[in-house]
Design a protein around this ligand. Sequence first.
Ligand SMILES: [Zn+2]
Ligand SMILES: [Zn+2]
Length: 62
Amino acid sequence: MSFVAKFDSGTCPKCRAPIVAGERIETFSVGRINRYEHVLCPKTADVTCSICGGRWVECDCP
Ligand SMILES: [Zn+2]
Ligand SMILES: [Zn+2]
């Protein structure tokens, strides 16, 4: 389940950028500990796919 962060929520394990308030995030658990990660990492959201030329996050290229 994703939601908008209400406060700074640590570091995203996918892109290693800090999660700040206002970003859309989701929880996942490591053992019994709940952690947060971006639904769409700000870094990868702007990456252009070198195969199809589209947005990398939206295409199905490997
Ligand atoms: Zn991220
Ligand atoms: Zn592509």
